[in-house]
Write a protein that binds this ligand. Structure first.
Ligand code: ITT
Length: 194
């Protein structure tokens, strides 16, 4: 089964490919010859995930999926949330986003946070949504050189290791993206049986 993954983020591709296995032929936007920066104009993760898959489905009429992810920090009323990619401003780096996050949390006792991923898949024109949540906390300084985005400062519940210190396989045991992808794989497997 051929599926386009509507993302420009190679880290997401690596993580999802790792989980989805070889049963599905997953094409990135680049591999499908599509060169666009898909807008994320909405104020919820769900709506932005939908936007991305709908734009690509309209363009290609091929089964496709997207995902949108946000880091929600309790003491910051859920920020950066939907603005996770551009928290420090448009065009700024992930490291700038982390610097802003740590600065906003300076002296704050409650460090609890969660990652939320929503996958939107469109099969034969019909959309289905799958969510994955990973609860954890924001630490005071960066740890590890692995992962991407906020991984160096996020420690999931159930371990003392930051995502930044984990291999892909270790991150999979905890991650929001792995949980959402597992739901997607179950759905696709059932579809193939039916
Ligand atoms: P798309 O092309 O898929 O939209 P993106 O990088 O713009 O890729 P998002 O809009 O979902 O992705 O932005 C979420 C940001 O949150 C992303 O740029 C990272 O900085 C961060 N992020 C997402 N998943 C993460 C993860 O598993 N670990 C750490 N940070 C993550």
């Amino acid at each position: 089964m051929k599926l386009i993954f509507a993302t420009n983020n190679q880290h997401k591709v690596d993580e999802i490919r790792h989980n989805i296995g070889d049963r599905f032929e997953l094409l990135t936007l680049k591999e499908a010859g599509i060169n666009i920066d898909i807008p994320e104009p909405h104020d919820t993760i769900e709506a932005n995930a939908s936007e991305k898959s709908k734009v690509i489905y309209e363009m290609t009429k091929t089964d496709c999926f997207s995902e949108d992810t946000g880091l929600e920090v309790a003491a910051l009323n859920g920020e950066p949330g939907v603005k996770s990619a551009r928290y420090a401003g448009e065009g700024r780096s992930s490291d700038d986003n982390i610097t802003k996050l740590l600065s906003n949390l300076e002296g704050v006792g409650d460090r609890s946070a969660r990652f939320k991923t929503v996958i939107s898949i469109i099969i034969d024109g019909k959309e289905h949504l799958f969510e994955g949540i990973c609860n954890g906390k924001i630490i005071n300084e960066r740890k590890g050189a692995g992962g991407f985005g906020y991984d160096p400062v996020f420690v999931p519940d159930g371990t003392d290791k930051a995502f930044g210190e984990m291999t892909l396989a270790e991150k999979d045991q905890y991650s929001h993206r792995a949980k959402a992808t597992q739901k997607l794989v179950t759905f696709l497997n059932n579809l193939q049986k039916g």
